[in-house]
Design a protein around this ligand. Structure first.
Ligand SMILES: NC(=O)c1ccc[n+]([C@@H]2O[C@H](COP(=O)([O-])OP(=O)(O)OC[C@H]3O[C@@H](n4cnc5c(N)ncnc54)[C@H](OP(=O)(O)O)[C@@H]3O)[C@@H](O)[C@H]2O)c1
Length: 327
């Protein structure tokens, strides 16, 4: 299912944010982590995404240690009115300390990080600014307070959190409205359905599932038979040789459903997220990552695929059978 006549449904970001397309684009792999990058094709992918109605573009200050933000800057400048740019702070991994994977939520760090991101992105204000990871070493209220000051100063428009629990989401929301929550959510990774998604639904927070395609695993058996040396996934537990073999047996079950429907495995994975978010009554904007124009229409078209009850029932038990933790 890849018709060009795709009309992107719209979803509100938080309770008072803008309407955004129901699918965003993850830009991380354009600079780092998933093997070879291709600048020219990635730039064409960004333009194609805009043409297809995608307007949420996801980056972080640590992707490529700033390189991903800088890479996106010309695209954002050329399309400023149509782009909602989301970036994140929280890792100490800055150009001065590229190998420092500690987490830093101190207000002073946040104030410095936002200025670095504004400069690299070449914007006056970041549309959505996430805390990438949380550390208990700083009081949540202090970090959110610093983020709220950025909103008051006009440096940031809306606030988001990534990979936090329900209690943290509620506590943060009490300090300043949180528009977005970004966490891993897919057919294979469903932990947030327990507490976090219900909290987000109650608070009007929009959920932006990251790695909705299981970092590529949920795209079919042809995926990643050999991951290159520069591909970080080779170090992830789900991708170890042993676990990958077991997990690909689960992917084969999704492939059966996809083949019977005449759609791709990636489309089933995304359609499942849309179905699950309707069931759980939460606003959801998956942000699949791709560096290739050829994937975009396929992924966007998944928003129009409605899975049947038997299909959802067949997919439901897979998460608990996955081998290897999500990272
Ligand atoms: N907040 C966080 O901690 C966090 C963590 C991870 C990721 N993220 C964000 O979430 C975004 C998406 O997550 P992700 O990139 O980790 O994983 P993902 O979206 O689950 O999967 C990306 C992988 O799937 C491939 N792919 C995409 N569409 C495809 C299709 N239709 N058919 C076949 N393969 C396809 C991509 O390859 P090609 O590029 O070759 O198409 C890439 O290898 C990231 O870009 C990043 O912005 C956030």
């Amino acid at each position: 299912m890849t018709s060009e006549n795709t009309t992107m449904p719209q979803v509100q970001l938080g309770r008072d944010g803008p309407m955004i397309g129901a699918q965003g684009l993850g830009c991380m792999g354009m600079s780092e982590f998933y093997g070879e990058t291709d600048t020219a094709e990635s730039l064409l992918t960004l333009d194609r995404a805009i043409d297809l109605g995608i307007n949420m573009f996801d980056t972080a200050d640590m992707y490529g240690v700033g390189a991903n933000e800088a890479f996106l800057a010309p695209f954002v400048a050329a399309n400023r009115e149509r782009v909602t740019i989301a970036t994140k702070f929280g890792y100490s991994r800055t150009p001065d300390s590229p190998d420092d994977w500690n987490i830093d939520n101190r207000p002073d760090f946040i104030r410095a990080a936002v200025d670095r991101s504004l400069q690299r992105l070449g914007v006056d204000a970041i549309d959505l600014y996430y805390m990438h990871r949380r550390t208990d070493s700083v009081a949540l209220e202090d970090s959110i307070g610093a983020m709220a000051e950025l909103v008051a100063a006009g440096k940031v428009k809306w606030l988001g959190l990534s990979a936090v629990g329900a209690a943290e989401l509620r506590a943060a929301h009490a300090v300043h409205p949180i528009a977005a929550l970004q966490s891993e959510w897919s057919i294979f990774t469903r932990d947030i359905e327990q507490d976090v998604v219900p909290a987000a639904a109650e608070l009007g927070v929009t959920v932006l599932p990251y790695s909705p395609l299981g970092r590529g695993m949920l795209t079919g058996r042809a995926f990643a038979t050999s991951l290159g040396d520069t591909d970080a996934r080779q170090h992830f537990p789900r991708f170890s040789a042993e676990n990958r073999a077991a997990n690909m047996l689960l992917v084969a079950k999704i492939e059966d459903i996809a083949e019977a429907r005449g759609v791709s495995v990636a489309q089933i994975a995304l359609a499942w997220l849309y179905a699950q978010s309707r069931k759980l009554k939460v606003k959801t904007v998956p942000i699949p990552g791709t560096r290739k124009r050829s994937r975009l229409l396929e992924n966007v078209a998944a928003a129009s695929i409605t899975l049947t009850v038997p299909e959802m029932e067949a997919l439901a038990p897979l998460a608990s059978a996955v081998q290897g933790i999500a990272v």
